[in-house]
Design a binder for this molecule. Structure first.
Ligand code: ADP
Ligand code: MG
Ligand code: ZN
Length: 474
């Protein structure tokens, strides 16, 4: 049987507001436990929640960036469950009437661009954080995170492979970062993903029974967990069994998923409109103002890099994957660099350097202006591309401008024919047998002579001139 995987993701993004969603407590991470709390977020009796306007604005931003309808009226609802990290015994979320609906994002797949539907985006509050100390026989709870604003983005079951799920997730993360509304860190939990997956015979239009995967705190784990789960479901069905709808936990150690609990249904949560919060009504003018303030988004930028700057699709995709890199690239162009040359140097040496240092492009040890100057030196034929790599390393190490390094180390490319001729003659005299063999038809030796000349000049000779002179002399 040829099975087709069907995947839908639920993503929780922590919004980068200064204060919590329904009270004035700070959202700052890393404070001593239970210091950013008040009667509202602790769920003490006799207090009322007040909605943070910024949370609404950020969610409108996301809704617009993903082509959603921004609903004029939405409602907050109580999602009831009992857990020690939830002091009120319910989470304030949105249920029947979310703020944004029916959007999409575009991802790049092996078969070209694909639209992934966004079912809904809603606002909700985060829960507290439990930590367990089994040696002391206690569990500890920190309520600092209780009431920190989250935005939940639910996709349609439109994804067809673990790789596509990864691409979708990367695209969403790029969007929230471009918008400046979430720092998008899976490892630290400010951007979390639950993956729903089922399989069905290819060609079928019905959905199979799904499982929901949790504990996916890196892009790699999302893809690994889905791969494992797709194979597991195939085996269950091949053995004549049935997939049970349930929540499964991914174990990064074994790279497997295991059953955590039966899937709860919506009615288990006894959702009802929160009587403490009025319906949220958003005026058209506000949506228009937010819309006018949106920055250029990754997808638009990718298209512009391809169409207007003539970059290959691969380059455009990679350069726009983070705003910092895309800004860096454009800053290089602003200083006169050619698009493709700048792209090559950014995708190669610069990204290598940033990865090694764990730095982002906006804090690059080699600033965009300096890289542009280096590219100019190469473009003008003052140094070779190969020497350029050496200069780049020196720039990264010392922070000196390329011009100074080239002067200091005497790296200027030698292009004048007379001095190159002198070196070529010397090399040919030194290797009479090879010259003989070359003239006898062993033309492969050309590379050997090139290498000798470059070595003799410590890489400074202009390869084009060397090749011309060699041809003439040989
Ligand atoms: P719940 O809120 O109970 O988790 P939803 O109906 O809101 O359920 O769906 C959650 C996610 O599961 C959505 O992203 C949706 O696309 C996805 N999904 C729903 N049905 C399936 C299915 N049969 N196979 C794969 N994904 C699915
Ligand atoms: Mg769910
Ligand atoms: Zn509070």
């Amino acid at each position: 049987m040829d099975w087709e995987p069907v995947i839908g993701l639920e993503v929780h993004a922590q919004l980068k507001t200064d204060t919590k969603i329904f009270c004035g407590c700070s959202t700052r991470f890393g404070a001593p436990p239970n210091t950013h709390v008040c009667p509202v977020c602790l769920g003490l009796p006799g207090v009322l929640p007040v909605l943070n306007r910024k949370v609404v604005e950020f969610t409108i931003r996301m809704g617009l960036a993903t082509h959603c309808r921004i609903e004029r009226e939405s409602r907050f609802a109580r999602k009831n469950y009992f857990y020690p990290d939830l002091p009120k015994g319910y989470q304030i979320s949105q249920y029947e009437l979310p703020i944004a609906t029916q959007g999409f994002v575009t991802i790049q797949t092996d078969n070209g661009p694909q639209r992934i539907g966004i079912t809904r985006i809603h606002m909700e509050e985060d829960a507290g954080k439990l930590s367990h100390a089994p040696d002391r026989g206690v569990s500890l709870v920190d309520f600092n995170r209780t009431g920190v604003p989250l935005m939940e983005i639910v996709s349609e079951p439109d994804l067809r492979s673990p790789k596509a799920a990864g691409a979708y997730l990367r695209q969403l993360r790029a969007i929230v970062r471009y918008l400046g509304i979430c720092d998008g860190n899976l490892e630290e939990g400010s951007f979390r993903c639950d993956a729903n997956v089922s399989i069905r015979p290819r060609g079928s239009t019905e959905l199979g029974t799904r499982t929901e995967l949790k504990n996916l705190n890196s892009f790699k784990f999302v893809e690994k967990a889905l791969q494992y789960e797709i194979l597991r479901q195939q085996e269950v069905l091949a053995d004549g069994g049935e997939v049970v709808q349930e929540t499964r936990l991914f174990d990064a150690g074994t790279q497997r998923t295991h059953s955590m609990r039966g899937k709860e249904e919506a009615h288990d949560y006894r959702y009802f409109p929160d009587p403490d919060l009025l319906p949220l009504v958003i005026e058209k003018e506000w949506v228009e103002a937010v819309s006018a303030s949106l920055p250029e988004l990754p997808e638009q930028r990718r298209q512009r890099f391809e169409k207007d700057l003539g970059l290959p699709p691969y380059d455009a995709e990679l350069l726009t994957s983070t705003k910092e890199v895309a800004d860096y690239f454009e800053e290089c162009l602003g200083h006169g660099a050619q698009p493709k040359a700048a792209s090559n140097w950014i995708m190669g040496p610069l990204m290598g350097l940033l990865n090694a240092r764990g730095a982002t492009a906006d804090a690059s040890p080699v600033p965009a202006k300096a890289l542009a100057e280096l590219l100019r030196l190469i473009d003008d034929g003052r140094i070779s591309g190969k020497i350029g790599k050496t200069v780049f390393e020196e720039m990264a190490a010392s922070g000196k401008p390329p011009e100074a390094i080239v002067e200091e180390k005497g790296l200027v490319q030698v292009s004048d024919t007379a001095s190159i001729e002198a070196v070529v003659d010397k090399i040919l005299q030194r290797h009479p047998q090879e010259v003989e063999a070359y003239r006898g038809g062993k033309t492969k030796l050309f590379g050997f002579f090139m290498g000798q000349v470059m070595k003799e000049t410590r890489g400074k000779a202009n390869p084009k001139t060397v090749s011309e002179v060699l041809n003439k002399r040989l």
